[in-house]
Design a protein. Structure first.
Length: 110
């Protein structure tokens, strides 16, 4: 999988929002908010191809107390929102969503 180009992540008033630029403005018509965990994954996803398992590994390694199973479950929901909002290469258009991934303890809090 890969994120489409022409999309940037911005923090606005303490919330992370995916913002389309250029020609993507016509394709991504919804405002898509993501959690800080989603923003963390965005940084990993934005410049490379990835699989769901890669994202689960990122979450499990970054947050303490999150199981691989829970990470995979939440990432599947996250990816579905991205697909539905035409943010992944194979997406389609839908409404707006707020996505929350588990906020387990950050690795630096050990």
């Amino acid at each position: 999988m890969r994120l489409k180009d022409g999309l940037i992540l911005r923090e606005v008033a303490g919330q992370y929002v995916i913002v389309p630029t250029g020609r993507r403005v016509q394709e991504v018509t919804s405002i898509v908010y993501i959690s800080s965990s989603g923003a963390y994954l965005w940084e990993y996803m934005k410049n490379q191809e990835f699989e769901k398992e890669d994202l689960a590994e990122q979450i499990v390694n970054h947050y303490r107390g999150v199981t691989r199973e829970k990470a995979l479950e939440d990432i599947e929901k996250f990816l579905n929102v991205l697909r539905e909002n035409n943010i992944l290469e194979s997406g389609g258009l839908r409404g707006s969503y707020i996505v929350r991934l588990p906020e387990g303890r950050h690795e630096s809090e050990k």
